[in-house]
Design a protein around this ligand. Structure first.
Ligand code: SIN
Length: 373
């Protein structure tokens, strides 16, 4: 082959390869894990925007133009952007850029684009991503005490849960996470879980009997469903819609915002307001990564996290209230459980507390006595 032909062939191959790379970058559902394995300290500017639909993204980009990106932080989570966690993550990204004059860029990967929660915790420990915010339940396999938040009827209000996270319960869990080399940066909340199913309104535990509920991967939640006479199928969040559609499960428990943003209203008819348990998030990082950041950057990120946490508290209730109405407007039949029904559920749930008192230990159980309903 002559030289000219050879160089044309090479140029052709390089062009095709280049186009393939551009194509991959444009598809947010195929965000590549290799991208997340790049060094966190980058000279280049952002390659991908995962928050395309939100106006806050423009603010982030505007702030980022004032300086070159030196640190890229990958933040993976599993829910939609229009949820309390999705919005708080976007807000954190905006604040992080603003407070560091664009030196930090937080790339937010919502909707399990990179990982489900179990994988995200492992990726965080390996340093493949730098921030994650799984619900407390998802840490069960790593720090068993984290599923304490799943004990049915633990908190009466979201405000009370915030106090608990800021008090001795939060300190206890923080220490347990630290023992597993996971650093807790903040606790965000979503709201209380409600029940959906396709059989009929749930007013007492008898109405839940023999329903197969999807639960998060938490032993406490499996026990809770069994205590109600139902069965439990632990499953990753990203698999729930299909499982409901195909009848692999016939019920699920989640907040209004997760239910609405995942379109469960298309495959579930009945919605029961039970407020029996909380979905809250542990916003976590890898301590080696976080402590390795320069002090001024860390201070700015701590401030950004504190403000994003405040923002999360403000929007969580609003989003859930709005989504509750949207679920009804979409045709779900809503019943709000009365006090008698709730008491029947509480009574059915107390054995779960007894079952886990040894697992969680006396110190934690004593702390919980201040909250137990
Ligand atoms: C989430 O809110 O992060 C998902 C919770 C779930 O798996 O149900």
């Amino acid at each position: 082959m002559n030289k000219k032909l050879l160089s044309l062939l090479l140029i052709g191959l390089l062009t095709v390869f280049g186009l393939m790379l551009v194509g991959c970058g444009g598809d947010d559902t195929t965000t590549d894990e290799t991208e997340a394995t790049e060094d966190t300290m980058t000279d280049d500017t952002a390659t991908e925007d995962t928050t395309t639909e939100d106006t806050t993204t423009e603010d982030t980009e505007a702030a980022a133009t004032s300086g070159d990106v030196e640190y890229t932080i990958k933040f993976a989570h599993v829910v939609a952007e229009n949820t309390p966690k999705g919005q708080a993550a976007i807000e954190f990204a905006r604040l992080a850029s603003e407070k560091t004059n664009g030196r930090v860029e937080v790339e937010v990967y919502p909707n399990s684009q990179l990982y489900n929660d179990d994988e995200a915790i492992e990726a965080l420990q390996l340093g493949t991503i730098h921030l994650a915010a799984p619900s407390f339940s998802k840490f069960t396999g790593f720090v068993k005490e984290m599923q304490v938040v799943d004990l049915p009827f633990l908190f009466e209000s979201v405000e009370q849960s915030r106090e608990a996270f800021a008090g001795p319960m939060g300190e206890f869990l923080n220490q347990k996470l630290a023992d597993s080399n996971i650093m807790l940066l903040a606790a965000w909340d979503n709201g209380f879980k409600q029940l959906t199913n396709n059989r009929g309104p749930i007013n007492t535990p008898a109405d839940a009997e023999n329903l197969k509920f999807r639960v998060q991967e938490s032993d406490v939640l499996v026990s809770q469903m069994q205590a109600w006479g139902a069965s439990a199928e632990p499953m990753a969040f990203s698999e729930v819609y299909n499982a409901l559609e195909q009848g692999v499960i016939d019920a699920q428990e989640n907040t209004y915002s997760n239910t609405y943003s995942q379109n469960y209203q298309d495959v579930q008819d009945y919605l029961t307001e039970s407020n029996h348990g909380l979905i809250a998030y542990a916003v976590v990082t890898n301590p080696d990564f976080w402590n390795g950041l320069p002090e001024d950057i860390r201070t700015a990120l701590d401030e950004a996290m504190a403000e994003a946490t405040e923002y999360n508290s403000t929007v969580a209730g609003e989003i859930n209230d709005e989504n509750k109405q949207q679920l009804v407007d979409a045709g779900m039949e809503l019943n709000e459980m009365d006090e008698e029904g709730l008491q029947a559920f509480r009574d059915a749930s107390y054995p779960v507390w007894d079952e886990y008192s040894d697992v969680f230990g006396e110190e934690l159980m004593t702390i919980l006595e201040d909250y137990r309903q």
